[in-house]
Design a protein around this ligand. Structure first.
Ligand SMILES: [Zn+2]
Length: 130
């Protein structure tokens, strides 16, 4: 079983708020999804926690199950004329773009709590050469 190096819920919550998972004070991102190299408050090396495609998968999973599936049960959406499609799609895009940085922050908080670092990828046997 994976040993938890730091408080899991607290680290994930801090990351979801866009804050450093270590101290909760420094900003996690310097642009929309660009992670700061180091925390400006506690000097934690934030660049070593991998996010890769994980936050995108979770965001798609959430928007797919929590937004698109309920929309299919609202007759207004699928019975409306095609000109209302941009309205629905822009709302979906806005919600996805709002959720994505929070999921990425939470993901990095999870990696921090579990002490999973980018360099741990070389330990995966699936990536090993024959
Ligand atoms: Zn910090």
């Amino acid at each position: 079983m994976q040993e938890v190096a730091h408080p899991l819920a607290l680290s994930v919550w801090r990351g979801a708020k866009g804050r450093c998972p270590a101290c909760g004070r420094g900003p996690l991102f310097w642009k929309y999804l660009k992670v700061n190299g180091r925390c400006e408050r506690c000097d934690e090396d934030l660049s070593r926690y991998p996010a890769d495609d994980g936050p995108a998968y979770v965001t798609i999973l959430l928007t797919g199950h929590l937004i698109i599936v309920p929309l299919l049960f609202i007759p207004w959406v699928w019975q409306s004329p095609a000109r209302s499609l941009p309205l629905v799609m822009s709302g979906l895009a806005a919600s996805t773009l709002t959720v994505l940085p929070r999921i990425k922050g939470a993901w990095i908080g999870l990696m921090y709590a579990l002490a999973v670092k980018s360099t741990d990828g070389r330990l995966h046997t699936a990536d090993a050469a024959d």
